[in-house]
Design a binder for this molecule. Structure first.
Ligand code: MET
Ligand SMILES: [Zn+2]
Length: 756
């Protein structure tokens, strides 16, 4: 085994890299494997090619230290669970790949693990389950294998592992665990396994290992901070281990910084883009003199070029005080597209302002060169003030609210007016908006944007799809219909394409979860609506049926959250501009006779500051923007909203304050916990907790759905309960959707009968 410390940390690195492939090769391989068109060897080969491509490219760009184990077939949190064998028995399969996919997607009677957002990003991870009896075991094959793979290419790498504290904080207690059990109680046992993994990596000759601890940038209790100290004293005390880099990102380490600095870890990674305050704090720490700081000065979550002078000033300040300074990205580049140079259709003047993953790496390399060029005995500037991320205000404390009136008529007045207009049965059944996007539809859209299909012909295809969706919903007996969103490639991109101020990319795919990718638009200018966006499609759908058709819009917070937003003006102002555009669209829908308008805000929870201190202020402007978008609607117009994977119970008051008439929320995949959550019973408006998990191909049975509805009825009065899936249906097949919706309608009817 190698001695500690091994060798100095090289001058430049990135904390992680995109893994889906520049042309979404991983997506294609995964889908082929799931459909049985590709064997496991082919899938492994596809993964190996992607890793090889990444390492060779990073080396070619001149990066000094390359990360490994940042590739994942599905999700890196799932990989961490598999590395410590936290795999519930029901998911175990002969092949590790199949075990992974069983946890991620469910199968053979086992529902998948819960999925939720990775901190305040739009990436989703799977929530591992740990109980008092989970038998951790070291399964280091994946990180070890990647080290060997890279070595075969002549490259040494730094394996990246999810840190043990963050891992346990992200886990949920295994169902059936005693009330009050917290996975963090298992830290000791888990550390024993991490020691073995570190030992296995040291035996491979690995010089450095990166342990990611993003959970440390959120508020942590004294007990949790003590656990951090304990974990890294113990891992740091391990003999013959590799050098340890502990990376906190997505914000300030704050109180966790001195705790980490007091342990034997050799290197600490700071996010100096979103956690600018850590710079001065680090510079004031005496322990820093003995540590390497991996300084995240190049933003890993924005697409803008780095202000090199500012970054360099920060690097110089650190270099004067730390044992060593390494130039890095603020976090993994997972959240960025690969390459600006792959884009040809960007508006003039924008390209020069942009940096995707490749360009960010080049910036890191350039900054490392500039830092090295400044003599160490040059005068040291003062510690510069690096602002917290643009538009992430951190003032304001305490709970948001009480909320002033939204400007609409009181809920009761609206509810009566809407009931008289809509005449819906008890427990109305509806969907969240999108229906399956067939291959033909996607092909038609591709042909249309390539200019191979005329606008008239494309429009006819979309109308055909709308007819099919409306007919299907009538046949299945849904009460409130949707047009199915066939004209939308994506709920944010579609609006970005129709509003001024946005640019869209051709190849700018970013992983959302598993094989799912999105292309976040780039919001670079003043946002304005050119004219009606959705009115024509909704009006057409309504012309086909006597049942109400919901107009379907994306809310201002979500449009901003799922775009790369300009950082030269405050975020609330940008969101306010989007709200005006949505407000105009709501007015046009209303004028067209549309009785129900849904304004989705699935990202409301996601943009919430990770630390409590900023939340009240955030919620105040975010709720304000939603109200601005919707409060022009008259009392006879029913406003719906939809939130998914939002841990809705945490922000029930803010959701109530949106003042929507009906709110649909994710619930099925969180194992139906929602109705039981405190606050839900006090929710004062219509609520549709999802009773069908659309992120899994599994079709729920009638009794299961009926049970879900009845659970909701135990806490909410029947007049306010809606029946709907968790989210839109666009990722499912028509076969699955028909069966599931038929069961949903049957379940609603069953419960209605029982109520009589
Ligand atoms: C991620 S939320 C999706 C809402 C959208 N209306 C849909 O059904 O697809
Ligand atoms: Zn949703």
């Amino acid at each position: 085994m190698t001695a500690v410390p091994t060798s100095p940390f090289p001058a430049s690195t990135v904390l992680g890299y995109p893994r889906i492939g520049p042309r979404r090769e991983l997506k294609r391989a995964l889908e082929a494997y799931w459909q049985g068109r590709l064997g496991v060897e082919g899938l492994r080969e596809a993964g190996a090619r992607l890793r090889e491509g990444t390492w060779l490219r990073l080396a070619e760009l001149g990066l000094a230290a390359l990360p490994s184990n940042t590739f994942s077939l599905y999700d890196h949190v799932l990989d961490a669970a598999m590395m410590v064998d936290a795999v519930p028995g029901r998911y175990r399969r002969p092949l590790p790949e199949d075990t992974c996919f069983a946890m991620a997607r469910g199968g053979e009677g086992a529902a998948p693990l819960r999925m939720t957002k990775w901190f305040d990003t739009n990436y989703h991870y799977l929530v591992p389950q740990v109980g008092p009896g989970t038998r951790f075991r070291a399964v280091p094959g994946k990180p070890v294998g990647e080290v060997r793979e890279a070595r075969a290419l002549g490259l040494s790498t730094r394996p990246v592992l999810l840190g043990p504290v963050t891992f346990l904080l992200l886990c949920q207690a295994e169902p059936g665990a005693a009330e009050g059990f917290r996975p963090l109680e298992r830290l000791d046992d888990l550390l024993a396994v991490y020691e073995q993994v570190l030992g296995a990596l040291a035996a491979e000759g690995v010089a450095w290992v990166q342990l990611d601890e993003p959970a440390l940038v959120a508020d942590r209790s004294p007990g949790e901070l003590a656990a951090v100290g304990e974990a890294y004293r113990r891992l740091g005390g391990l003999r013959g281990r590799p050098g340890l880099l502990v990376a906190g990102y997505f914000g300030e380490l704050g109180a966790a910084l001195p705790v980490l600095a007091g342990t034997p870890v050799e290197a600490i990674g700071l996010d100096l883009v979103r956690g600018g305050g850590d710079l001065a704090a680090a510079c004031a720490l005496p322990e820093l003199a003995g540590k390497t700081v991996v300084a995240g000065v190049v933003g890993g979550r924005d697409v803008w070029r780095t202000d090199q002078e500012r970054a360099l000033a920060g690097l110089l300040a650190l270099r004067a005080r730390a044992g060593r300074v390494v130039v890095s990205t603020s976090c993994s580049l997972l959240h960025l597209p690969y390459d600006v140079d792959a884009e040809d259709g960007l508006p003039a003047g924008l390209r020069e302002r942009l940096a995707f993953a490749e360009q960010k790496v080049a910036e890191v390399v350039e900054l490392a060169g500039r830092l090295a060029a400044v003599p160490v005995d040059a005068p040291v500037p003062g510690v510069p003030v690096l602002a917290a991320g643009a538009g992430v205000p951190d003032a304001g404390r305490g709970a948001a609210g009480p909320w002033p009136a939204s400007g609409r008529a009181p809920y009761e007045v609206r509810a009566a007016a809407q009931a008289a207009r809509l005449r819906l049965p008890a427990l109305p059944v509806t969907t969240i908006g999108s229906f399956p996007q067939t291959g033909e539809l996607r092909a038609a859209r591709a042909a249309f944007s390539a200019g191979e299909l005329g606008a008239g012909e494309y429009e006819e295809r979309v109308r055909g799809e709308i007819r099919r969706v409306v007919e299907l919903q009538e046949r299945l007996g849904l009460d409130v219909l949707v047009h199915g969103e066939p004209e939308r490639n994506d709920m944010v991109q579609y609006f970005a394409e129709h509003l001024e101020g946005f640019a869209v990319t051709r190849h700018g795919w970013v992983q959302s979860y598993g094989s799912r990718c999105v292309r976040p638009p780039i919001l670079y200018g003043e946002v304005r609506r050119r004219g009606p966006v959705t009115v024509g499609w909704t009006r057409y759908a309504q012309s086909l049926t006597d049942r109400p058709v919901k107009g379907m819009l994306t809310g201002p917070v979500t449009i901003a959250a799922w775009s790369f937003v300009r950082d030269d003006v405050p975020l609330p102002r940008v969101v306010g501009q989007i709200a005006e555009a949505v407000r105009e669209e709501v007015a046009d829908l209303e004028a067209a006779g549309v009785a129900i308008v849904q304004v989705d805000e699935p990202a409301l929870r996601e943009l919430m500051p990770l630390r409590a201190a900023g939340r009240a202020e955030y919620l105040a402007w975010a709720v304000g923007a939603y109200r601005r978008a919707t409060s022009g609607a008259g009392e006879r117009t029913q406003i719906h909203t939809h939130l998914c994977y939002s841990e809705a119970s945490e922000i029930v008051e803010a959701i109530d304050a949106l003042d929507a008439d009906v709110t649909s929320v994710e619930s099925a995949r969180s194992q139906g916990r929602l109705p039981a959550e405190p606050g839900v019973a006090g929710f004062g408006r219509g609520l549709g907790p999802g009773v069908y998990d659309i992120h899994s191909p599994r079709v729920p049975g009638v009794a299961e759905v009926a049970g879900g509805i009845e659970a909701v009825l135990r806490v909410l009065p029947v007049e306010r309960v809606w029946v709907n899936p968790d989210c839109g249906l666009k990722t499912r097949t028509y076969e699955q959707v028909e069966a599931a919706l038929a069961n949903m309608v049957a379940a609603a009817r069953l419960v209605r009968e029982r109520l009589l």
